[in-house]
Design a protein around this ligand. Sequence first.
Ligand code: SF4
Length: 298
Amino acid sequence: MTNSKMICEMTEIMARFISMTSKRLPDDVLKRLIELRELEDQKMAKEMYCSMFENLEKAIEMDRPICQDTGLINFFLNVGSKYPYQYQLKQVLREAVKKATTEAPLRSNAISIFDEENSGDNTGERTPFLHWDIKDESDEVEIQLYMTGGGSSMPGRATTLMPSEGYEGVVNFVYDTIVEKGINACPPLLVGVGIAGSMENAALLSKKAILRPLGSKNQNQKAAEMEKAMEEGINYIGFGPQGLSGKTSVMGVHLETAARHPATISVAVSVGCWVHRKGVIRFKKDGSYEILSHKGGL
Ligand code: SF4
């Protein structure tokens, strides 16, 4: 296959992958929603889950996005140092977003800052947003896609605490954020918490945290304990599905960390809604691909 044919095919596959992610939840999110539905015994909560699952079925049946807000598109790339098409990836993803916007179709959500103009195709300044990591010695690329809606972005918050506030300060910040704004994000939520030495690192880690597979734990035992404690604490609020009360508020709480400066503890919260649209696809250098997030593929 020539290089240009390979790039064209990859653009086509990515457009279909974006479209599919808007219409089908990933396997881990679906499994967790089924588990949470089983826990509910109140009439309202049960009815809300019924309507949410009906929504999911209709999206597939009618070939339409699950939610009208298909969000802004973020990509997290893990690029092999020997992957031959590194320089083409940015263009591939930008074109794929434009194509998916027309074909899925996706709502046009990219508004220019100050001029306030909607591009109409979900691309714009630094949009789709790309975050790059390099994987040594690999000749593959793994692309993680996240569609971030307005409601689920609304509770996002970051701050830098005095070290004397300690990890209690971190937990208070998370609880305050979720109590104040979590209900805007169509619960049950996935809460991502980042802790680091500066605000921007904590914010990025909090976003990475909500992209971790549901059911996974932080490898550090103390961090894993904090995830569990915060999950129990936030569940105690009793948002229930769509915030209309119920036994649980969250699908999970995920915590990601980086070493901090002795004089600071920065903490950030990112939130995913019940329509947590994320996907992972891996391309080999010969153009073949594997979808890791959704059984059955495209
Ligand atoms: S928070 Fe999620 S489910 Fe609710 S409107 Fe936004 S994208 Fe849709």
